[in-house]
Structures are given as structure tokens and as C-alpha cells.
Design a protein around this ligand. Structure first.
Ligand SMILES: Nc1ncnc2c1ncn2[C@@H]1O[C@H](COP(=O)(O)OP(=O)(O)O)[C@@H](O)[C@H]1O
Ligand SMILES: [Mg+2]
Length: 315
């Protein structure tokens, strides 16, 4: 759940797909209709939802992003619908739910395809009637928020399997937009890379430059994790690279990382050297060596260096 406004919602790209996306965002932002955003993970569904909100008349109101995957059923109902005191153990006072708390802002229900059938029925009622009942309450309350939905699931497929309600599907599928995977709009990669490099730039340091070989490598990759994966790759490359340039060797794709983790033995000297280069920031050192932070701690233990470092640098 997030209602912070310190977002970076700039949408980068020059492809036809991006132009279409921007046209769509501008068109729907001013309407109050529900919007359904479809597409693989990492394609920019969250970003699109936030941008729609920002360009709408509701921009100064709440934007409540709710991820349907993470919240357990019982909690979900209480969180979204609210409850009255004494309606279940632990309900010590009346509480308003998020649907109400959003007031006339925007509710972004992310990963709606992961919602249980039980909760789908509950949500359907809210969307259809624009009203709800807090748990344990008999009267209904009006809802004024606008809804934006997103999912990486194929909802038609889910309906066939009986895992997504048809009536809910037709209710939310009013205005929809499909986000194309990054591999279908590769011409956007260079612009995205520059955008990410700008964000990665450290205070007082010049922005890193990407060499042709490295860019070529990115242009020939398919990015199953889409823009999110591109961000990870560039972040890793920034930490890995020497000086202000990113070379081909600094580009470690997600699938290669696993192999490199398995194959490489890190000597105590390399460990110390890398930690020193990273000013003892273990997260950075871990990324640089293609390991997890926990693996770094384990190596420190293994090489009996923990005490040494604790004494000298405070772990
Ligand atoms: N067109 C774009 N321009 C700039 N950044 C983008 C663009 N599309 C996606 N991103 C960035 O990529 C990352 C993944 O996007 P996100 O909206 O979280 O994807 P999804 O919700 O589809 O998984 C985010 O950091 C987002 O800001
Ligand atoms: Mg998302």
C-alpha cells in the first residue's frame, strides 16, 4: 500500500507502442471509468496506473495501491472493507477499510487475477453497486474512488479454468490496455538505459556511459523480466564497471548470474579487495561478486574474517 507522491512516473520510449500507451493514458485519465491494465511482469503496469492517477482530476487525492497477491484472505477483507468493533476477535474498535479511506481518489488493485473466488465475489459487489458493508455492519456505505486493475495473468484462460468470475471480468474489462513486452519494442532500450543511468548516477560523479558492445548485448537479449530486468542489469553493471564506462563484460544477464555464482570461487584476498572497493558496503560487494548478501557473510565466517572486520570496520 502506497500513497506517497515521490514517484518517478516519467514514461520513456519512442516506439509506436509507447506512443499508443501515452495516448491511452491521456485519454482515460480524464474519465472516471475503471481501467484494466494487462501485460507481463515488469512491463510498466504500476507506472501506467500511477500516471493515469497523476493526470486525472483526482491527482491531489489518495492513490492506494493494493497488491491482491500478498494479503491473506481474512486480513484482506478487514483491510479493504473495514469492520465494526466486536465483529471478530481482535476488532477492538471500529475501523474504516481502504476502499473507504481512498475517498474520491484512486484504488489500484494490482494482480487482480490472484484474488480468490470468495474475494472476487465481494469485490464485484463493491464495483457494481459502488457501496460496501464493513464487516459486522448492516448498513451500507458509498464508495467514491476510481478503480484501476492490473494483472499479468490471462484472465480469459483463468475464466476457462473456473478461477476467475465471468461477471467480474466483464465488469472490469471496460477500458483496457495491454502492455507489450520489451522484446517487442527494442528501439526503446537505449532511451531506457540512459534514463536508468541518470537515476543511478551518484552525487558528485559523472553519469556512466555505455559502450557499443554492451548496448549490442542488450539489444539482442529478450528480457523475460522486461523493464524491471533491464533496470537490474544496469544497476548491476554500474556497480561492476570500472571508471565511468560500462563495457560488454559488465552486462550480466539474470540467467547468467546463476552460473557465475556456482562457478566462481572467491578468495579471501578478492573478498577483502572487493569490500574495500565498495567502501565496505556489503550489498554492493555482493552484487559485484554475483552473490547474495548472506553469502558474503558466510564467506566472511568461512575465512574467519568476521572478527577482523568487526574489530576494524564494525560489521
Ligand atoms: N516506459 C517506461 N519508462 C521508464 N520506466 C519504466 C517504463 N516502463 C516501466 N518502467 C519501470 O520499470 C519498472 C517496472 O515497472 P512496473 O510498472 O513496476 O511493472 P509491472 O507493474 O508491469 O510489473 C519500474 O521501475 C518502472 O518505473
Ligand atoms: Mg506491478
Amino acid at each position: 500500500m502506497n500513497n506517497s507522491f515521490s514517484w518517478d512516473t516519467e514514461i520513456i520510449g519512442k516506439s509506436e507502442v509507447i506512443k499508443k500507451q501515452l495516448r491511452f493514458i491521456h485519454k482515460v485519465a480524464k474519465s472516471n471509468k475503471s481501467v484494466l491494465i494487462l501485460g507481463e511482469t515488469g512491463t510498466g503496469k504500476d507506472l501506467t496506473a500511477k500516471r493515469i492517477h497523476e493526470l486525472s482530476d483526482r491527482k491531489n487525492k489518495e492513490f492506494l495501491a493494493i497488491n491482491c497477491t500478498n494479503i491473506p484472505k481474512e486480513l484482506f477483507e478487514a483491510e479493504l472493507f473495514g469492520y465494526v468493533r466486536g465483529s471478530f476477535t481482535g476488532a477492538v474498535k471500529d475501523k474504516e477499510g481502504l476502499f473507504e479511506a481512498a475517498r474520491d481518489g484512486t484504488i489500484f488493485l494490482d494482480e487482480i487475477g490472484d484474488l480468490s473466488l470468495y474475494l472476487q465475489a465481494k469485490i464485484l459487489r463493491v464495483i457494481e453497486k459502488r457501496e460496501l458493508r464493513r464487516i459486522g455492519e448492516t448498513c451500507t456505505r458509498k464508495i467514491y474512488a476510481r478503480f484501476i486493475f492490473a494483472t499479468n495473468k490471462d484472465l480469459q484462460e483463468e475464466m476457462k479454468k473456473g478461477q476467475f468470475r465471468k461477471d467480474l471480468y466483464y465488469r472490469i474489462n471496460v477500458v483496457r490496455f495491454y502492455m507489450s513486452p520489451l522484446k517487442e519494442r527494442k528501439e526503446d532500450i537505449p532511451l531506457l538505459v540512459n534514463h536508468i543511468l541518470k537515476k543511478e548516477r551518484k552525487k558528485g560523479e559523472p553519469e556512466k556511459e555505455i559502450y557499443q558492445g554492451a548496448m549490442k548485448r542488450l539489444m539482442t537479449y529478450d528480457f523475460p523480466g522486461n523493464i524491471r530486468e533491464l533496470e537490474n542489469i544496469i544497476e548491476r553493471a554500474c556497480i561492476h564497471s570500472e571508471g565511468n564506462v560500462i563495457n560488454k563484460k559488465d552486462i550480466m544477464l539474470d540467467n547468467e548470474l546463476v552460473d557465475c555464482e556456482k562457478n566462481r570461487n572467491i578468495t579471501p584476498e578478492q573478498l577483502i579487495q572487493t569490500l574495500e572497493n565498495c567502501r565496505w558496503n556489503k550489498t554492493k560487494a555482493a552484487i559485484k561478486m554475483g552473490r547474495s548478501r548472506r553469502q558474503i557473510y558466510r564467506l566472511l565466517e568461512k575465512y574467519k574474517m568476521s572478527d577482523y572486520i568487526r574489530r576494524n570496520f564494525l560489521l
